[in-house]
Design a protein around this ligand. Structure first.
Ligand code: GUN
Length: 296
């Protein structure tokens, strides 16, 4: 029976640390501000953005809300991003994805000033992370690392296997594990002998996006398992249930520590967005980031 990694508790602690850092900045008359751009009426996106704005308020971060309608042209959206880049009151810019058909999301992401790119999606930040330079780190990978360190403070030398190779989770989390001196394998749904590769892991990051694909028997005894997946499947009673990419009930009997779904990585993502906004506010001013902010 493994130790459960409580993402809600770790996220609450991170938000408390962000609030502490915001207070340190307030003493220097700095008030970090996050611009949110919600295009159109997508119900899920509206909920996500509302939660982000609420959490900003809780830690003392200002929100600057923009909600253009779904008919906005790409040129007009690029113009808005340009104005936010130039606005000294804005430290971070979050353009909620997905964007309506007809708008090229990568054109928009690439138009954001990399110093204000609190999602860490800009290729400058991806490249800087790969090169081991200071970068804005995407929120979910940063959350994975903070959860990992909560049970394994120094993962140096351990074998980490990342299952999933997306630009927003798999690749950046692999870079962060490398930076933490792990020996890293990036595997994916087409990896030969994926079960054997997973069994070799001291640290397993599951970010493949397939419900319970990683079976309990694939987990090495004592491994730390971080499950990034959020998949809705039909439960035994016919109702929808959320499950991760790992077969949790079986895996928890073998792993040393494991994140549940929900309540693991999920709560960390917004907390890391708040963290990134404080980091952006400091870096733009050439200031050190307050000590309350943990590394990714
Ligand atoms: N849509 C779903 N998740 C995210 C996220 O983390 N950032 C942005 N910008 N859009 C999203």
């Amino acid at each position: 029976m493994s130790r459960l990694i409580d993402g809600k508790a770790v996220a609450a602690e991170l938000r408390a640390r962000v609030a502490e850092a915001v207070a340190v900045l307030a003493d220097r008359d700095i008030s970090p501000g996050l611009a949110t751009v919600l295009v159109g009426e997508d119900p899920a996106s509206r909920v996500y953005v509302r939660n982000k704005i609420r959490m900003c308020a809780e830690v003392g971060i200002r929100s600057i809300e923009h909600a253009p309608d779904a008919g906005i042209s790409q040129a007009a959206l690029l113009d808005l991003v340009g104005r936010l880049n130039a606005d000294p009151e804005v430290d971070g810019i979050l353009v909620q994805l997905p964007l309506p058909a007809g708008i090229d999301a990568s054109r928009i992401t690439e138009a954001i000033d990399p110093l204000k790119d609190v999602d860490g999606f800009h290729t400058t930040n991806a490249g800087r992370l790969s090169a081991g330079l200071e970068a804005m780190v995407p929120c979910t990978p940063a959350g994975c690392m903070i959860l990992l360190r909560s049970v394994c403070p120094d993962p140096k030398g351990l074998r980490a296997v990342v299952v999933g190779r997306s630009n927003i989770v798999g690749k950046p989390v692999a870079q962060l594990l490398l930076a933490a001196h792990c020996t890293v394998t990036i595997a994916h749904s087409r990896t030969v002998d994926l079960d054997a590769r997973c069994r070799e892991a001291d640290i397993l990051i599951a970010a493949v996006g397939r419900a319970e694909m990683i079976r309990g028997g694939w987990i090495g005894p004592g491994a730390t398992v971080i499950d990034v997946g959020i998949n809705r499947i039909e439960g035994k009673d016919g109702k929808g249930v959320l499950v991760g990419d790992v077969e949790f009930e079986a895996a928890k009997e073998v792993a040393g520590a494991i994140t549940p779904v929900p309540g693991g990585v999920g709560p960390m993502t917004i907390a890391c967005l708040l963290r990134n906004t404080v980091i952006a506010a400091c870096r733009r001013r050439g200031m050190d980031v307050p000590e309350a902010i943990p590394p990714a």
